[in-house]
Design a protein around this ligand. Structure first.
Ligand SMILES: [Zn+2]
Length: 90
């Protein structure tokens, strides 16, 4: 009986650990995604941060200034902090 109980506890932790790793991976993928994208001023679609032409509407995109890059980065980091908090809360 005790053996079964121990086995169940081990299985529970194994599943819990796997789910946690998957969520962490999702979060990391999301982080990589948001840090590298910005909004097209013409069509509002998300494009690569270094893109010179929008892949959706083919509008020419001006390269971002350092100040703009920092602003975007700060906004995203704030967003990500909130995501991390949600991750801890859940
Ligand atoms: Zn566009």
């Amino acid at each position: 009986m005790l053996f079964i109980l121990i086995l169940m506890v081990i299985i529970f932790f194994a599943i819990h650990n796997l789910a946690g790793k998957k969520r962490l991976k999702d979060l990391q993928m999301l982080k990589a995604k948001v840090e590298k994208s910005r909004e097209c001023p013409d069509c509002s679609e998300k494009v690569q941060i270094n893109a010179k032409v929008c892949r959706y509407c083919h509008a020419k995109l001006a390269p971002l200034s350092v100040a703009e890059l920092e602003c975007i980065q700060t906004a995203y980091l704030k967003k990500l902090d909130r995501l991390d908090e949600d991750e801890i809360m859940s």
